[in-house]
Every structure is written in structure tokens, then in C-alpha cells.
Ligand binder design. Sequence first.
Ligand code: GLA
Length: 393
Amino acid sequence: MLQNLIATFQNVFETNEHPRCFFAPGRINLIGEHTDYNGGYVFPAAISLGTYALATKRSDEKVRLYSTNFAETGIIECSLDQLDYIKSDDWANYPKGMITYIHKQTKKVLTGMDILYEGNIPNGAGLSSSASIEMVTGILLKQLFAIQMDPTELSLLGKKVENEYVGVSSGIMDQFVIAHGKEGYAIHLNADTLDYTYAPLDLTEHTIVIINTNKTRTLASSKYNERRQSCNKALKDLQRKLTVSTLGEVTPTQFEQWQHVIVDDIHRKRARHVIFENERTKQAYKKLTSNQLDKFGQLMNESHVSLRSDFEVTGKELDTIVEAAWKQQGVIGARMTGAGFGGCAIAIVENTHLISFKENIASKYKQEIGYGPTIYTPKIVDGARELTKERMV
Ligand code: GLA
């Protein structure tokens, strides 16, 4: 596969040079949704669906970007001193943003470059295709230009690109797990302190299934920003009674005691989700690491209910697929994953029931929604890295 991509690279950029090859995964989140930008815990893992990038340095200042996923757009060309956000550049804004910030931060050690991208993460499905492009670009720049930067610094830069360059107020989860992923492990991350622990996903008799609802996410970023504002308002109200700097510091007991000071009913519901979800995420880590997979699954289910009723980011498609999943034999737990508003759900399923699980939920979903879901069973893999003969994806 990489051989074909190398040939495409040489063809597109009309060169005989041999590019260096990189890969960054996408991610799922097992539990801990909309908690990261509230200073809470998340529990994601890096998956084998991801983004490849092939790159060579140039002797001039030209930056040429090409994606086989958007071949009709052709090469997007800019120069190192002209990398401003341009809406019509679409996907290319993610690499442009990374190059901009790394260029600034490293006091201009970069030269021009040719980069070809190819991704197999379904677009807009909530599996972090954009963070994957950012992180593959980050690792590529680090390796190509011998920049000293650890995975945490790279992920913080990726977040900055989302927040300041693209304008989505997302948290640190996606970039962090894509940079720090570890084969066979999920990451229990405190999004406030960035302390993290790897938890083995020892699922020999179970499979993590990703189910894409194939519902196009509409207005996802504006609704996301709106949720974030609601959380901030709820926090302000609670701060009249509690000395806390994030919702992640509020315990469920404190919430029960002080929830009445949150003036707006909607903001109160949003805060309730965040505070209880944070608690569930801490519990989930304990359950997973003490082999109580059933309890872990229950927490996943509770998470979905809270995202449906209190945070209101699920919608008909995600609810239909998750409710269908709950009814199947051999299901440990199921919930939406990522930001919501469409996108993907995940389920943990006993291997012996995997085939019937897939068939049953697909047919139930098609019957209710009118079109089918797409189902993936990717591996849990290492974070963003250079690909060498010894070490492929
Ligand atoms: C998106 C954001 C993350 C996180 C999730 C919701 O994936 O990029 O930072 O907030 O939504 O948990």
C-alpha cells in the first residue's frame, strides 16, 4: 500500500525523490465525553484508521499539499510566509495551521516541502480526522526538520490550530491521544493537569465495534461552541458558592447541594452531564483495570443516556443505533463517541456474538432510518509516528 502511495507522490509532484512516510491514527473515546474542556477526565484510545503523510523537503519556500481523498482539488500551493487560513482551502487548513505555528515557534527552521496525504478515517464521523491530519503533520515536521518537541507539546500545538486558526473551541483529548497512543492501551487522561495513565484494553474475548451512523454532521462546530458556553455559564453560577476553577472539580454531591444556584435550566442540565460523566470516567478506569468489564459497560450505557437527555448531543440516528446495540446478545456496553451531533457510536461485544450483532443492528438501523450504518473493528494502535520498514502501522 505504501509503495502505491510513494508512486502517487512521485507522480503528483513530478519527482524521483523518495519521500519519508508518516502515520497518525484516529481515535475513539471509551467514556468521558465533553469533559475535557471542563477540566475533567477522558478515556480515549488511538485506532488503526488514520492518516498517512508522505513528505520531502524543498530548497525553496514553497509548500505544496495534496490529498488523494480530495484529488479533484489538485495541489494546494502556498509559501512559508503566506499560510493564512483560507476557508476554501478546506482540509489543507489543518496542515497549514500546524506549519504556521511550528514555523513561528521554531524561529523559522523550516524550508518549503511537498506533502501528500491519504486518510481512511470516514470524514466528519467524529473519529478525529482533523486532529489526525494535524498530528501527522506535526510528527512529519518534527522528524523532517529535527525539531525538539515531545508528544504533549505537539498535541498542544494541534489544539491551538483548532482553537485559534480554525476557530473550534475543542479540548485537548483528540490531539493528545493521537500523539500518545499505545498499542493495546487506552489513555486515562486528566485534561486539566495532562497527567495520564495507560490502561490495558485486554479484550481477548471481546471486540470494540465502531458504528458510523453515516449521518452528516450539520452545524456541529457551532453547536459544540454553544455547549461549551453553557458549561462556562453554569460554572460561573456555581462559583458563587464553591471555590472551583472548572466543572471537573465539582463532585456529584456538591452538584446535588448547589445545583439550584445555576439560574438557567439548560445550563444546569449541561453541568449535570459533565459532573456525573467525569465521575463515571474515573469509575470506568477502576472497573477496566480490575477486570470488571460488565460494570464498565454499564457506565458506557449511562454515559449515552446522559449525553442524550442532559447534554442533548445524540439525535435520532445515534440513539437508534445505540438502543439497537443495547438489545443484542453479547453486548457489554454501547454509547455514542466523540462530539456527537451524528457521527459514530462504539460498542464492546463478545466475539461469539459479533456476527449476529453486526447484522441485527445494521438491519434495525436501516429499517428505522432508511439507510445503513458502516461498521468497523479497528485495532488499538500506537500514536503518530514515522513509518519505517521495521515499523509499519
Ligand atoms: C471533540 C473535541 C474533543 C472533545 C469531544 C467531546 O472530539 O475535539 O476535545 O471535547 O469532542 O468529548
